[in-house]
Design a protein around this ligand. Structure first.
Ligand code: ZN
Length: 199
């Protein structure tokens, strides 16, 4: 049977996984609940590696990622499961400098998608579509959770989680901004203050 044709990236991922399996070793014995009892909500940005910037090994912690590291309904769903069923007791919300979510608005992405679905170009100031046609108006009806002020977004997200009725009051929630120029996470003190345990 011949191998199915795969893209370069697809093959690279399978090769990397084969190498990982070869050294997987005693990780087969890891418990399902995170051993260090905490969770991180952070951005999907490819420059951020929570395992490295926060010192995680397999089995240590939950990492929930989305565009911006925003406290969306689905992020909160994961956090509630993380505590209620898997025992995490402290949470971090970690946004970052130079986030792509600062580079557009709901109106901009709505207009781009309405025109065309292919990847848009960014010249440092403005987004534009290299191709036109076959777009979809649906994007105008989505709240994209863009970011205009980094510190404010961390405070908002920590507050939203803190105030959620399904989040236990004893869980402290810390707010940080990762600096993509240094790798350092800097605390947003007003966010951590807003996220302090209430019981
Ligand atoms: Zn980001």
């Amino acid at each position: 049977m011949s191998e199915p044709s795969r893209t370069h990236v697809h093959t690279e991922v399978l090769n990397a996984n084969r190498d990982y399996v070869a050294v997987f070793g005693d990780k087969k014995d890891l418990a399902l609940p995170p051993a260090r009892g905490f969770a991180i909500l952070t951005c999907m940005d490819a420059r951020l590696d929570p395992a490295k910037y926060a010192g995680l090994s397999e089995g240590d912690a939950h990492v929930i990622r989305n565009a911006g590291g925003r406290a969306t309904d689905d992020a909160i769903r994961s956090l509630v499961i993380s505590h209620k069923l898997l025992g995490t007791k402290e949470w971090f919300v970690i946004h970052h400098t130079n986030c792509g979510m600062e580079l557009f608005s709901d109106e901009i992405i709505g207009d781009l998608l309405e025109d065309n679905l292919e990847t848009a170009a960014f010249d440092g100031a403005t987004w534009s579509n290299p191709k036109h046609g076959n777009g979809c108006a649906h994007g105008h009806f989505i709240k994209w959770q863009t970011i205009s002020d980094n510190e404010r977004s961390v405070v908002q997200d920590v507050r939203r989680i803190r105030e959620h009725p399904l989040v236990a009051g004893h869980i402290p929630i810390y707010g940080y901004i990762y600096d993509v120029k240094t790798g350092r996470i800097n605390e947003v003190k007003t966010a951590t203050e807003a996220g302090k345990a209430t019981v």
